[in-house]
Design a protein around this ligand. Sequence first.
Ligand code: PA5
Length: 441
Amino acid sequence: MVKLDLSKLSGFLPEDYLTSRQERLAKAADMLASHTGPGGDFTGWVCLPRDYDKEEFARIQAAARKIQKQSQVLVVIGIGGSYLGARAVIELLLSNNYNLKKKDTPDIFFAGNGLSTDALLELIDLIGDRDFSVNVISKSGTTTEPAVSFRIFKELLEKKYGKEGAKERIYATTDKARGALKGLADTEGYEEFVVPDDVGGRFSVLTAVGLLPIAVSGIDIDALMAGARQAMEELGQGGLDNPAWQYAAARHGLYQKGKAIEVLAGYEPRFRFFAEWWKQLYGESEGKDGKGLFPASVEFTADLHSMGQYIQDGERVMFETVVSFAPAGEYKIPNDPANVDGLNFLSGQPLSFVAEQAMRGTILAHVDGGVPNVLLELPQISEKSVGYLIYFFEYVCGLSGHLLEVNPFNQPGVEAYKKNMFALLGKPGYEDLRAELLAKL
Ligand code: PA5
């Protein structure tokens, strides 16, 4: 399903960049398959497309139908891995303008992924007097941003529908046994979905975390899982002709050659949030112990007129990974008898032809400018191709983390700001740190 073109790496990597890593790749693949190695407890995602909980999957589909009937708006509350995947898939498959489209599924808004008062007030205003439901998602059940947001939306729901009515509109996705959200959901009697113990937030899009909001949008989650399963079966084969092995080896080789930044480039505006998901996946998985590629993203051709300058001509510290989907629709460029703009050499050509040449020309220009390019070509955007791509990136991420010799499945760095925030907010138990921080401010 994924066609990987690594031809534009020649000259940037030694000829043996793949074979010299064969043994380490085989070991990495084995650690993923056997759930061993650093972070092995969090590799449940590896077999998820085959081994997912079928009973819960059916409940997700039923809950999605219920939400579609009961509400015109779904508010999805979560941060990081608890919202990026759902938003990425909904936007990529249905458009970044999903909420603006005429449709018979609810508008979907994402909340609790920041602490902006303006954003909260705007969202309350956008919901207006429409019927709404809430899917609150937090694996730990204790993350401040979604917890505060949920407290607010729970109150709004209870004011509008009463406690019993609100209960029918709240869906909690959290740990099966632990955390404040689990306790609250049990006490209040919300419908609950589980974030599996062995799947970390950024690898959770194919669990209830991503699947419930995705199903509410009308996307066929069976087909999404089928695409991921195809990837699992193909990429799990291993070997030097495996595109995941090739890409992981290339990324590692480029990193060791001083290319410290990987820029993910897409040509579809609806790909923008998928790139956000990808940045979290790689940033949190690789960026630790003083190591890791810095994941960045651009949207072409728009960003060729902004970041394009730096990529072409700035510090030579990056490589690009371009993701290209086959176009779905077609629009032909009209002829202008007066040819005032001098564009008649394009008359009758589909716009996708122009886009294709822009992409090819950009790749050649950037490679000439010293930026190695990887090209990932996929069929049209569909549930299957997106499911495949999700798994492809997850699997390469697992391999890459092991090549880098970090634990790809923890995120110790995320804790530092939380501790300081709690201390400054006066949370009980943080008194000493609070005094220390206040002295520094
Ligand atoms: O990938 C991760 O583990 C993180 O980004 C988490 O998803 C994020 O911090 C939210 O955590 P939680 O779901 O526990 O609220």
